[in-house]
Design a protein around this ligand. Structure first.
Ligand code: ADP
Ligand code: ZN
Length: 737
């Protein structure tokens, strides 16, 4: 055995909580053999009987006791390690914090090309140029002559791709270069999503924006900041100005946005204002485009990366600033597999990178406000709307004793009619898609249930069918009731489809646009709908929570909320926080132009104190009160939460498995005694897609206790496991119970 071959610890993409030692196949002498260059690099390893792509996380200093017994790892010929030091540190931290296998964390962080392909394509493409040297080849070298003539005919050079068309091989070109007939220049390839645009002129910042800009600009090193700016206060303009400054200093910026649905608009705004390369990264990109974006950022060509959740894993050459826009948004949390929060990782990454991170929103999460309260994050505020816009008036419609037509009360219908007649647009918000949430047998009152889930089926009308929004089951509308054989059914309640058809009938002379997951399937359909709205002619926009996010519609003067109570009352302890955020964000969609906006909220609980905060546009006071309440109830963010779900084909197995887990943890972690352990208890929707689910929840307020629990979990899970039961760990869960 080669005495100099190194032993490396490799993380492999498998659900295993450890690394594996391999000996590294001998390298070309003098090349890539310093430790620095090895850590974070890809290797091909044999694991079990499979060939996998692993990542080197450590080079073992000590000689291995039995090196010859180790399998060999083959280094890939990548130009650089796929993970830089700061990315590696962030992912190592995340693997422990989220109790997720390291190899799978790495896997989630790489573009699929780097997960699958041995050779990573380079983005550099060659342009060939003819030198002045006259051709001295043989007279019958007609192909060579043809190539040289074609190159010569392009004064600025010709792309290598174009030369392929006349069958010029790379070998041939190289030969012609060696003989001195050709030269090449290398360029970085920009594909369609990565075009440079001529910059628009920036708006002059107003005094409030200017002050905030200066404070944020003064941030240096690791410095997390919350920018709480009311809707329409011009946060995006401030971001753009900051990013420009960082680019001038040769740094790059990462901007996270919550959803693909916001991408076209935000992207266009940044792209139109910044002359440097802006790259968009989101899940709808193809493998090749994602890889290109990744490389562009890594090589430093992309100055700004705008992306959704997973863009937090983008590598950078010189990252100088991270912005998390709409930081309160739940979509920053990945809810399956590697259950990370991109917002929290952004802060961690900024710490590794020693750079500022700005969390911006009109409605901060309680988690972030808590950090501000504790003095961990600095705080900036924008209190007025930019330009000429002012905040809308908010009024409640008490629907306790009013007849509703398809969920719409008479005063609301009148307000919609008046708004349209005045030439303006209306947003009608209902957080339920489909035609109706419930189908009931008119004879016996039975509600039609999903056969796989503890949930009712939603009625859809185009075409008529029933749909389970939890397991995606689609089925025909029954002809007979399964209990009483009655044949008459009633669709109860109103979803967006029903509201759309009702409004389309009543206000038939106006356009109507529906925005929900059934009508908006991709960025193209969204762009189409948004363009229609931006045209500005009077119209009704009916939609779900998709509507409340970040859109800047200038002609909307009325926002109608059909069922506010549904937003606040649920088993989730975050319901009030989330409901208030949603209402404030929705109110933020109106009155953004020069005209005064109005918000009408239908409720059966008009006395609820929450509406006073909403009416006063005082999210902050509402949030502080909630923060107090969470403290009294000993809930996050005061305490940290770890939830462990067990799934099985029967409920008892899930409960038993979690009891065993609880016992195993109690045995190995003394700190568990200080923590609150809730459960095991069944999930509020116990059965989903035919699988039963239960939870064990650990709440604690001591970071070292959390660490102990997380470190002990893999072994405890191993002890508690049994056939047919699957565990899933969620640290800082958002979807809880
Ligand atoms: P936010 O991100 O805080 O919701 P935006 O940045 O979208 O706010 O700004 C809201 C609107 O105000 C946009 O139409 C924007 O063009 C406009 N705006 C922002 N800053 C200014 C300014 N300084 N002068 C004039 N208009 C502005
Ligand atoms: Zn179902």
């Amino acid at each position: 055995m080669n005495a100099t071959s190194k032993v490396v610890a490799v993380a492999v993409p498998a659900p295993l909580y450890q690394t594996y030692d391999y000996q590294l196949a001998p390298q070309d002498p003098g090349k890539n053999d310093q430790q620095e260059r090895l850590i974070g690099r890809r290797v091909a390893v044999e694991f079990g009987h499979r060939g996998l792509i692993g990542i080197i996380v450590e080079v073992r200093e000590e000689a291995h006791h039995d090196q010859s017994a180790l399998k060999t790892a083959q280094l890939f010929k990548d130009e650089e390690p796929v993970f830089s030091k700061d990315m590696l540190a962030t992912l190592l931290w995340a693997s422990t914090y989220y109790c997720h296998p390291l190899g799978e964390c790495f896997h989630a962080a790489l573009p699929s090309m780097a997960r699958k392909k041995a050779t990573l394509p380079t983005l550099r493409v060659r342009k060939w140029h003819r030198t002045p040297k006259p051709f001295e080849g043989r007279a019958n070298a007609t192909h060579q002559k043809q190539i040289l003539d074609l190159v010569a005919s392009h004064r600025d050079g010709i792309w290598e791709d174009a030369l392929r068309l006349i069958k010029a091989s790379p070998g041939q070109l190289k030969l012609l270069e060696q003989k001195g007939y050709l030269e090449f220049s290398e360029h970085v390839h920009f594909s369609a999503t990565q075009r440079r645009a001529a910059p628009d002129k920036a708006l002059p910042l107003n005094p409030e924006q200017q002050k905030v800009y200066e404070s944020l600009h003064a941030l240096n090193g690791f410095s997390p900041a919350l920018l709480e700016g009311i809707t329409g206060s011009g946060k995006t303009e401030v971001y753009i100005r900051l990013v420009e400054e960082y680019i001038k200093q040769g740094r790059q910026a990462l901007i996270l946005i919550p959803e693909i649905n916001l991408s076209p608009q935000t992207f266009a705004r940044f792209q139109s204002k910044l002359s440097e390369a802006v790259v968009l990264v989101h899940s709808a990109l193809g493998d090749k485009e994602k890889y290109q974006a990744w490389q562009m950022a890594r090589l430093g060509h992309a100055k700004v990366v705008i992306g959704t959740r997973s863009a937090i894993f983008t590598p950078f050459k010189a990252l100088g600033l991270i912005i998390v826009d709409e930081e309160h948004d739940n979509s920053y949390k990945q809810n399956d597999g590697f259950k990370y929060s991109a917002r929290d990782l952004a802060v961690k990454r900024a710490q590794q990178q020693q750079c500022p991170v700005i969390l911006g929103t009109a409605t901060p999460s309680l988690e972030t406000l808590y950090k501000v309260e504790q003095g961990h994050y600095s705080y900036q505020r924008l209190n007025t709307r930019a330009g000429n816009a002012s905040l809308p008036d908010v009024a409640l419609i008490d629907i306790r004793s009013r007849p509703l037509t398809d969920g719409l009360s008479p005063p609301l219908l009148k307000a919609i009619g008046d708004t349209l007649e005045a030439g303006n647009q209306v947003i009608v918000f209902q957080n339920r898609r489909g035609y109706a949430p419930t189908l009931m047998c008119e004879s016996c009152g039975t509600l039609v249930q999903c056969p796989n889930c503890d949930a009712r089926l939603t009625v859809h009308s185009h075409p008529p069918h029933l749909h389970c929004h939890h397991c995606d089951l689609k089925t025909d509308i029954p002809k007979q009731c399964s209990s009483c054989h009655g044949v008459h059914f009633a669709a109860l309640g109103a979803g967006t489809e029903r509201i759309e058809s009702s409004l389309a009938q009543r206000f038939s002379e106006y356009d109507i646009v529906r925005l929900d997951r059934d009508t908006i399937k991709n960025p193209t359909t969204l762009n189409h709908a948004l363009n229609k709205i931006h045209e500005g002619s009077p119209a009704m926009i009916v939609g779900t929570q998709m509507l409340s996010k970040g859109h800047d519609f200038h002609n909307v003067t009325l926002v109608a909320v059909l069922d506010a109570d549904g937003l606040f009352f649920s088993a989730d302890f975050r319901a009030i926080e989330k409901g208030a955020q949603q209402l404030i964000q929705l109110a933020g969609r109106t009155g953004r132009g020069d005209k005064q906006g109005q918000v009408l909220i239908q409720t059966r609980l008009p006395e609820h104190p929450l509406f006073q905060y909403i009416g006063a546009h005082d999210y902050h006071a509402c949030a502080l009160e909630q923060l107090q309440e969470r403290m009294q109830c000993q809930l996050p963010p005061h305490l940290k939460m770890i939830s462990i779900r067990a799934d099985a084909r029967d409920v008892q197995s899930t409960l038993d498995a979690l009891s065993r887990l609880n016992a195993a943890l109690a045995n190995s972690v003394s700190a568990l005694r200080e923590a609150q352990v809730i459960g095991p208890i069944e999930a509020s929707m116990t059965r989903k897609q035919g699988i039963f689910r239960s939870y064990l929840t650990i709440l604690h307020n001591n970071p070292s206790a959390r660490r102990d629990v997380l470190l002990a979990l893999p072994a405890a899970l191993h002890q508690a496991k049994s056939r047919g039961v699957r565990f899933a760990i969620d640290v800082d869960p958002i979807e809880y119970m």
